[in-house]
Design a protein around this ligand. Structure first.
Ligand code: ADP
Ligand code: ZN
Length: 519
């Protein structure tokens, strides 16, 4: 049977060589393709440049019929199709910018089954409703799949049209691909596409060469100047406002550094010039809004500073990811202040997802306040289970005092489990502390077994411990459903395998202990 044969790596390698000229697969490509060839739905999360396109392209070549590729960007489609055609692969794309003749010609090819790959924008999909039913379709590939999720960072309403496809074509494998999706967005993608059993292939988000550093936002300019004295190389300073990019660039110039500002308020000529000067190292330092960096391929960015707190961890991760692309050490420094949190909260409008945006901002803040390895917190946020400290962040290099909190962690996990992972942090804490407020009593939580299991820890302290457990990847937040607290696989180890947990001693507790000796 052709398909079973084709699942063999040996069968795929000649195709890889013949059509793309490559001798081996990049990480995860083979397993993603194999899944699709076995008719399994897949969700592939791979960093930019990881080789996502090849996953569905090679699958399409290995299967009979036509692969339908849904892709949001017309320019990108055209580029891909041009390359495929140049490699001798029957591929076309369809969009409204084409002439009627071209469209007719392409439709003819599609209907005669002459295409291995057919690219279409989600907006145009409706037009193919009837045609699709008459085709022999090998695969549906959904590129930039995070666009289907309103919890992601780039929601496109047209993507919601894809929701019904799987139900209609239940026998055809779906491959959803994206470079950026936190755990919540991943869950939403599989829900929205109706592929609940999709195998998730998560390429590692880890960038071990990035040193992760967080400092309180005091005397920022002074800190930056000191920081730069030691590092004359290239870097980016991300700021919240256009005005501050200009102010900071000027302060740096006054201190003798070559620095320029970049923001969306500048003309496109000015912006291209600054970008060019940065890439060619003429101007090594750019103070920019988050408009800067997309599509800039500069491998030797040695540091990224966040002058202000980013609004969520996805943004933070993308921005620091512009540092150290060459794999050499790079420094990511985040300045954290509560004033920024307040400012960002004001920016969050009463949009449909404002609750989620608040919750994600809060999670960002918790990351900034982390008392355990930053990388563990970051990677777990993206669904990557990591428990080993990285040794390359500010916390790992100067850890606070920890205590054995295994029993406390067990109680918290058990409390979350008893609440069926359906309650936000405040309620979890209330129930653990045996609160008697109306919300608790109305839901009857005074009857569950873990009610009042942690009465010996003050409310705010317990909150700090729960946040630490989030940062350690023991607990997670489901942003889609009222920021409910959930358990991760690590929590199961805590509950059932006696996994030992260390939590940081809270500052206040230390002070309290010290207090008597002072008096
Ligand atoms: P993504 O969409 O994940 O950002 P692309 O699909 O554009 O990545 O691939 C990035 C680059 O990697 C492309 O130049 C592509 O040709 C190349 N590439 C893909 N697969 C392989 C492979 N197996 N070996 C070598 N290069 C590859
Ligand atoms: Zn660390």
């Amino acid at each position: 049977f052709l398909q079973n044969m084709m699942t063999q790596e040996q069968e795929l390698l000649p195709l890889l060589k013949k059509y793309f000229g490559y001798d081996s697969f990049k990480p995860n490509q083979l397993s993603i393709i194999e899944d699709a060839l076995q008719q399994k739905d897949v969700l592939a999360i791979m960093p930019t440049g990881g080789g996502k396109s090849l996953c569905y392209q090679l699958t399409a070549l290995a299967l009979e019929g036509t692969a339908i590729v849904i892709s949001p960007l017309i320019a990108l489609m055209k580029d891909q199709v041009d390359v495929l055609k140049a490699n001798g692969i029957a591929a076309e794309y369809y969009n409204s910018s084409q002439s009627v003749e071209t469209q007719q010609e392409i439709l003819g090819k599609l209907e005669r089954g002459e295409l291995k790959l057919f690219y279409v924008a989600p907006e145009s999909l409706g037009f193919f409703n009837n045609i699709l039913g008459n085709l022999k379709i090998s695969l549906f590939a959904v590129d930039e799949a995070h666009c289907i999720s309103s919890w992601g960072h780039d929601f496109r309403p047209a993507y919601t049209q894809l929701g019904g496809l799987k139900r209609r074509f239940s026998n055809i494998p779906f491959m959803a691909l994206t470079a950026t999706a936190d755990k919540t967005t991943q869950d939403d993608i599989v829900d929205q596409l109706s592929i609940p059993n999709a195998n998730r292939h998560l390429a590692s988000f880890n960038r071990p060469n990035l040193y992760l550093d967080v400092k309180p936002a005091q005397d920022r300019i002074k800190h930056i100047l000191e920081f730069l004295e030691e590092r004359l190389e290239s870097g980016i300073i991300y700021c919240l406002s256009r005005k501050s990019t200009e102010a900071i660039a000027e302060k740096l110039r006054n201190a003798g550094f070559k620095a320029k500002a970049y923001h969306a308020g500048m003309s496109s000529e000015e912006r291209s010039l600054v970008q060019e000067e940065f890439i060619t190292d003429k101007v090594p330092i750019i103070a920019a809004t988050i408009a800067f960096g997309m599509g800039i391929d500069k491998s030797n960015v040695r540091w990224v500073i966040h002058y202000n707190l980013p609004k969520n961890i996805e943004g933070y991760y993308q921005e620091i990811g512009r540092g150290g692309r060459d794999g050499l050490p790079a420094h990511a420094l985040l300045f954290y202040s509560f004033a920024d949190v307040a400012q960002l909260r004001r920016f969050i409008t009463q949009s449909e997802n404002s609750d989620v945006e608040y919750a994600k901002l809060e999670r960002m803040q918790q990351f900034a306040e982390a008392l355990s390895c930053r990388r563990i917190a970051l990677l777990n946020y993206f669904g990557e289970q990591v428990t080993q400290g990285c040794g390359n962040c500010d916390i790992c290099t100067a850890p606070p005092a920890y205590f054995d909190a295994t029993v406390l962690a067990q109680k918290v996990c058990s409390g979350v489990a008893r609440l069926k992972e359906r309650e936000p942090m405040g309620m979890v804490i209330d129930v653990l502390r045996g609160a008697k407020n109306a919300q608790v009593l109305e839901k009857g939580y005074q009857h569950i077994k873990t009610y009042g299991a942690v009465t010996d820890v003050a409310w705010l302290d317990l909150q700090q411990y729960v946040i630490q457990m989030l940062n350690q990847g023991i607990l997670e937040i489901n942003f889609r459903e009222g920021a409910r607290i959930g358990l991760t696989p690590l929590a199961n180890e805590v509950l059932f395998s006696g996994k030992k947990i260390q939590l940081a001693v809270l500052q206040k507790a230390v002070e309290k202990k010290k207090a008597p000796s002072k008096s």
